[in-house]
Design a protein around this ligand. Structure first.
Ligand code: TZP
Ligand code: MG
Length: 235
Protein backbone atom coordinates (compact mmCIF):
# COMPACT_ATOMS: atom_id res chain seq x y z
CA UNK A 1 0.00 0.00 0.00
CA UNK A 2 1.01 3.62 -0.33
CA UNK A 3 1.47 5.73 2.75
CA UNK A 4 2.68 9.23 2.15
CA UNK A 5 1.84 10.44 5.64
CA UNK A 6 5.50 10.85 6.50
CA UNK A 7 6.37 12.39 3.12
CA UNK A 8 8.48 15.50 3.41
CA UNK A 9 6.35 17.99 1.44
CA UNK A 10 9.61 19.39 0.03
CA UNK A 11 10.58 16.14 -1.66
CA UNK A 12 8.65 14.37 -4.37
CA UNK A 13 9.29 10.80 -3.11
CA UNK A 14 7.12 9.32 -5.85
CA UNK A 15 8.29 7.51 -8.98
CA UNK A 16 6.81 9.43 -11.91
CA UNK A 17 8.69 7.50 -14.58
CA UNK A 18 5.68 5.81 -16.22
CA UNK A 19 2.68 7.96 -15.43
CA UNK A 20 -0.66 6.55 -16.61
CA UNK A 21 -3.49 9.01 -17.25
CA UNK A 22 -6.86 7.31 -17.58
CA UNK A 23 -9.50 8.01 -20.20
CA UNK A 24 -13.01 6.56 -20.00
CA UNK A 25 -14.16 7.48 -23.49
CA UNK A 26 -15.51 4.63 -25.67
CA UNK A 27 -12.78 5.07 -28.29
CA UNK A 28 -10.17 4.26 -25.64
CA UNK A 29 -11.97 1.67 -23.49
CA UNK A 30 -13.50 -0.18 -26.46
CA UNK A 31 -16.03 -1.93 -24.22
CA UNK A 32 -13.50 -2.87 -21.55
CA UNK A 33 -13.84 -1.97 -17.89
CA UNK A 34 -11.70 0.98 -16.77
CA UNK A 35 -10.55 -0.76 -13.59
CA UNK A 36 -9.52 -3.89 -15.51
CA UNK A 37 -7.47 -1.86 -17.98
CA UNK A 38 -5.79 0.09 -15.18
CA UNK A 39 -4.98 -3.10 -13.26
CA UNK A 40 -3.38 -4.60 -16.38
CA UNK A 41 -1.31 -1.44 -16.76
CA UNK A 42 -0.24 -1.71 -13.11
CA UNK A 43 0.84 -5.31 -13.69
CA UNK A 44 2.90 -4.02 -16.59
CA UNK A 45 4.71 -1.52 -14.39
CA UNK A 46 3.09 1.91 -14.42
CA UNK A 47 4.43 3.86 -11.43
CA UNK A 48 1.64 6.39 -10.85
CA UNK A 49 -2.00 6.65 -11.98
CA UNK A 50 -4.02 9.79 -12.62
CA UNK A 51 -7.79 9.30 -12.78
CA UNK A 52 -8.97 11.71 -15.47
CA UNK A 53 -12.69 11.73 -16.19
CA UNK A 54 -14.29 14.72 -17.86
CA UNK A 55 -17.77 13.19 -18.20
CA UNK A 56 -18.95 11.38 -15.07
CA UNK A 57 -20.83 13.21 -12.34
CA UNK A 58 -19.39 13.61 -8.86
CA UNK A 59 -21.00 10.49 -7.42
CA UNK A 60 -19.78 8.32 -10.27
CA UNK A 61 -16.30 9.80 -10.05
CA UNK A 62 -16.09 9.08 -6.34
CA UNK A 63 -17.26 5.49 -6.84
CA UNK A 64 -14.74 4.88 -9.64
CA UNK A 65 -11.91 6.66 -7.84
CA UNK A 66 -12.54 4.53 -4.75
CA UNK A 67 -12.21 1.34 -6.81
CA UNK A 68 -9.10 2.61 -8.57
CA UNK A 69 -7.58 3.61 -5.24
CA UNK A 70 -8.03 0.11 -3.87
CA UNK A 71 -6.41 -1.40 -6.95
CA UNK A 72 -3.53 1.08 -6.91
CA UNK A 73 -2.92 0.38 -3.21
CA UNK A 74 -2.50 -3.30 -4.02
CA UNK A 75 0.35 -2.41 -6.38
CA UNK A 76 1.85 0.24 -4.09
CA UNK A 77 1.17 2.94 -6.65
CA UNK A 78 -0.15 6.41 -5.81
CA UNK A 79 -3.46 7.61 -7.28
CA UNK A 80 -3.87 11.24 -8.29
CA UNK A 81 -7.18 12.80 -9.30
CA UNK A 82 -7.49 15.16 -12.27
CA UNK A 83 -9.21 18.49 -11.55
CA UNK A 84 -11.26 17.37 -8.57
CA UNK A 85 -9.86 18.09 -5.12
CA UNK A 86 -13.21 17.10 -3.61
CA UNK A 87 -13.02 13.63 -5.20
CA UNK A 88 -9.42 13.20 -4.00
CA UNK A 89 -10.47 14.10 -0.46
CA UNK A 90 -13.51 11.81 -0.57
CA UNK A 91 -11.48 8.73 -1.44
CA UNK A 92 -8.19 9.57 0.30
CA UNK A 93 -6.21 9.66 -2.93
CA UNK A 94 -2.53 10.57 -2.75
CA UNK A 95 -2.98 13.83 -4.62
CA UNK A 96 -4.39 15.85 -7.49
CA UNK A 97 -3.41 17.10 -10.90
CA UNK A 98 -4.63 20.62 -11.69
CA UNK A 99 -4.75 22.45 -15.02
CA UNK A 100 -4.55 26.18 -15.50
CA UNK A 101 -8.36 26.51 -15.37
CA UNK A 102 -8.86 24.33 -12.30
CA UNK A 103 -8.77 25.19 -8.61
CA UNK A 104 -5.89 27.47 -7.68
CA UNK A 105 -2.87 25.78 -6.13
CA UNK A 106 -3.20 27.71 -2.86
CA UNK A 107 -6.83 26.65 -2.44
CA UNK A 108 -6.03 23.00 -3.11
CA UNK A 109 -3.08 23.16 -0.73
CA UNK A 110 -5.35 24.45 2.04
CA UNK A 111 -7.90 21.68 1.51
CA UNK A 112 -5.60 18.66 1.12
CA UNK A 113 -3.42 16.94 3.74
CA UNK A 114 0.06 18.46 3.85
CA UNK A 115 1.70 15.36 2.33
CA UNK A 116 -0.67 15.25 -0.66
CA UNK A 117 0.93 15.56 -4.08
CA UNK A 118 -0.13 18.49 -6.24
CA UNK A 119 0.86 18.49 -9.90
CA UNK A 120 0.22 21.40 -12.23
CA UNK A 121 -0.05 21.50 -16.03
CA UNK A 122 2.30 23.94 -17.69
CA UNK A 123 2.32 24.84 -21.38
CA UNK A 124 4.63 27.83 -21.12
CA UNK A 125 7.67 28.92 -19.15
CA UNK A 126 5.54 31.48 -17.32
CA UNK A 127 3.08 28.79 -16.20
CA UNK A 128 5.96 26.57 -15.12
CA UNK A 129 7.57 29.35 -13.10
CA UNK A 130 4.28 30.25 -11.44
CA UNK A 131 3.63 26.60 -10.49
CA UNK A 132 7.14 26.31 -9.06
CA UNK A 133 6.74 29.53 -7.06
CA UNK A 134 3.43 28.22 -5.71
CA UNK A 135 5.16 25.02 -4.56
CA UNK A 136 3.92 22.40 -7.02
CA UNK A 137 5.37 18.92 -6.50
CA UNK A 138 5.64 18.28 -10.22
CA UNK A 139 4.86 19.87 -13.56
CA UNK A 140 2.97 18.18 -16.37
CA UNK A 141 4.66 19.80 -19.35
CA UNK A 142 2.82 19.74 -22.63
CA UNK A 143 1.48 19.28 -25.08
CA UNK A 144 4.51 17.43 -26.40
CA UNK A 145 2.89 16.37 -29.68
CA UNK A 146 -0.62 16.99 -31.03
CA UNK A 147 -2.94 14.18 -29.96
CA UNK A 148 -6.58 13.25 -30.56
CA UNK A 149 -6.88 12.48 -26.83
CA UNK A 150 -6.86 16.20 -25.99
CA UNK A 151 -7.81 18.66 -28.67
CA UNK A 152 -8.20 21.87 -26.65
CA UNK A 153 -4.46 22.20 -26.20
CA UNK A 154 -2.89 25.63 -26.39
CA UNK A 155 0.73 24.90 -27.34
CA UNK A 156 2.49 22.03 -29.02
CA UNK A 157 5.97 22.22 -27.53
CA UNK A 158 7.82 19.36 -29.16
CA UNK A 159 11.06 18.24 -27.59
CA UNK A 160 12.70 21.60 -28.33
CA UNK A 161 10.00 23.59 -26.52
CA UNK A 162 10.09 21.19 -23.59
CA UNK A 163 13.88 21.40 -23.44
CA UNK A 164 13.69 25.19 -23.38
CA UNK A 165 11.37 25.09 -20.36
CA UNK A 166 13.51 22.50 -18.54
CA UNK A 167 16.62 24.57 -19.21
CA UNK A 168 15.02 27.80 -17.99
CA UNK A 169 13.77 26.27 -14.71
CA UNK A 170 16.83 24.13 -14.02
CA UNK A 171 18.71 26.68 -11.89
CA UNK A 172 15.79 27.65 -9.75
CA UNK A 173 14.35 24.38 -8.72
CA UNK A 174 14.34 20.69 -8.07
CA UNK A 175 10.68 20.37 -9.11
CA UNK A 176 9.83 17.07 -10.81
CA UNK A 177 8.60 17.01 -14.40
CA UNK A 178 6.67 14.76 -16.73
CA UNK A 179 5.92 15.38 -20.39
CA UNK A 180 2.48 14.63 -21.86
CA UNK A 181 0.83 14.47 -25.26
CA UNK A 182 1.22 11.98 -28.07
CA UNK A 183 3.95 10.00 -26.32
CA UNK A 184 4.10 6.31 -27.27
CA UNK A 185 6.51 3.43 -27.86
CA UNK A 186 7.85 4.80 -31.07
CA UNK A 187 8.89 8.18 -29.67
CA UNK A 188 9.39 7.77 -25.90
CA UNK A 189 13.17 7.37 -26.00
CA UNK A 190 13.54 10.36 -28.30
CA UNK A 191 11.21 12.39 -26.06
CA UNK A 192 13.29 11.67 -22.96
CA UNK A 193 16.63 12.14 -24.67
CA UNK A 194 15.88 15.20 -26.77
CA UNK A 195 13.91 17.04 -24.05
CA UNK A 196 16.71 17.00 -21.51
CA UNK A 197 18.75 20.11 -20.96
CA UNK A 198 22.32 19.76 -19.64
CA UNK A 199 21.04 20.62 -16.17
CA UNK A 200 17.60 19.04 -16.03
CA UNK A 201 15.81 16.10 -17.60
CA UNK A 202 12.30 14.70 -17.39
CA UNK A 203 11.39 12.51 -14.41
CA UNK A 204 8.79 10.68 -16.43
CA UNK A 205 6.36 10.50 -19.29
CA UNK A 206 2.57 10.68 -18.98
CA UNK A 207 0.66 8.47 -21.37
CA UNK A 208 -3.02 7.98 -22.13
CA UNK A 209 -3.79 6.11 -25.34
CA UNK A 210 -0.36 4.47 -25.68
CA UNK A 211 -1.36 2.27 -22.73
CA UNK A 212 -5.12 2.64 -22.26
CA UNK A 213 -6.07 1.98 -25.89
CA UNK A 214 -3.53 -0.82 -26.40
CA UNK A 215 -4.94 -4.29 -27.10
CA UNK A 216 -2.73 -5.51 -24.26
CA UNK A 217 -2.22 -2.66 -21.76
CA UNK A 218 0.01 -4.83 -19.60
CA UNK A 219 2.41 -5.66 -22.43
CA UNK A 220 2.31 -2.05 -23.55
CA UNK A 221 3.32 -0.80 -20.10
CA UNK A 222 6.04 -3.46 -19.84
CA UNK A 223 7.50 -2.41 -23.15
CA UNK A 224 7.41 1.26 -22.16
CA UNK A 225 9.21 0.50 -18.87
CA UNK A 226 12.01 -1.17 -20.86
CA UNK A 227 12.29 1.73 -23.26
CA UNK A 228 12.36 4.29 -20.43
CA UNK A 229 15.03 2.38 -18.49
CA UNK A 230 17.35 1.86 -21.42
CA UNK A 231 19.29 4.56 -23.19
CA UNK A 232 18.10 5.27 -26.71
CA UNK A 233 20.10 3.62 -29.51
CA UNK A 234 21.16 7.02 -30.84
CA UNK A 235 22.40 8.41 -27.50
N1 TZP B 1 -2.78 16.86 -21.52
C1 TZP B 1 -2.03 17.28 -22.54
S1 TZP B 1 -2.07 16.19 -23.83
C2 TZP B 1 -3.10 15.13 -22.98
C3 TZP B 1 -3.38 15.67 -21.73
C4 TZP B 1 -4.27 15.07 -20.75
C5 TZP B 1 -3.57 13.84 -23.54
C6 TZP B 1 -2.43 12.93 -23.88
O1 TZP B 1 -2.95 11.74 -24.40
P1 TZP B 1 -2.09 10.70 -25.28
O2 TZP B 1 -3.14 9.73 -25.73
O3 TZP B 1 -1.08 10.09 -24.38
O4 TZP B 1 -1.48 11.46 -26.41
MG1 MG C 1 -7.94 20.12 -15.57
Amino acid sequence: SVNLSSRDPDSMAVDLSLYLVTDSTPAILKGRDLCVVVEEALKGGVTVVQYRDKKSDTGEQIATARKLHQICQTYGVPLLINDRVDVALAVGAEGVHLGQDDMKFAEAKKMLPKEAIIGISASTLEEAQKAIADGADYLGIGTMFATPTKTNTRYTLGTAGTQAILDAISDATSVSTVAIGGINHSNVQRVIYQSQSPKKGLDGVAIVSGIMAADDPRASAQELVKLIKNPPPFA
